[in-house]
Design a protein around this ligand. Sequence first.
Ligand code: ADP
Ligand code: MG
Ligand code: MG
Length: 249
Amino acid sequence: MSLLIENLHANVDGTEILKGLSLEIPKGEVHAIMGPNGSGKSTLSKVLAGHDDYEVTAGSATMDGENLFDLEVDERSRAGLFLAFQYPAEVPGVSNANFLRAARQARLPKGEEIDAVKFYHEMYEKMDVLEMDRKFTARAVNEGFSGGEKKRNEILQMMMLAPKYCLLDETDSGLDIDALKVVAKGVNAMRSPDRGFLVITHYQRLLDYIEPDYVHVMSDGKIVKSGDKSLALELEENGYDFLKEEVAA
Ligand code: ADP
Ligand code: MG
Ligand code: MG
């Protein structure tokens, strides 16, 4: 059981950005992708999410054997793939609680109804982990939320949807250290043998709090190096210059 990406090629506006990327994320593992700006990290997450600016030209991506590219965007999500940015940034007039409830309802088998008492109990429990004030349940989704509050809310959405594979693209950007720790706490609470994570980050800092099993370096649309968590520390210290040296050699 894994999220399996093989020889993935993808274009934006006719320019190839992903150039044969392969990566396997088995359930139970946390993989991190690091890499210089412009290497295609966000392109990878958007291609997996099904963003329509991106054209897949070769290769495959499967989730527990199911071809992701056969599924519509919302079907990918209901099949258990979570990508925070695929949710609307703001939903005026819809409370956070109702938004989450509708998303949960959409994932139930036909005819089954959410148990409201259980739902609220679970939501409050998770909000406590994320140190979120209860007032956020009544407020419109992300409307007037600060950057840190939006990120926490993303993680709350992820916790409530209980996906099989979670993709976090630069979840750490713009977070102060306290917010970062809270976000990491939410992710760590969700780690499980039934779930895989792909954490994309430009900085090593996040990985102090979310310890990855594997770290991959992406450059020019491909994974060029993989290692354990010590690779992230190495990159923090020495930067990405080794990529240029390898290209020159
Ligand atoms: P990273 O997340 O690693 O910084 P991106 O995936 O954002 O990299 O970008 C990779 C390359 O693809 C960059 O050169 C970027 O300009 C280009 N790119 C990404 N998305 C688009 C788009 N929608 N239109 C045009 N170019 C894009
Ligand atoms: Mg970037
Ligand atoms: Mg990016």
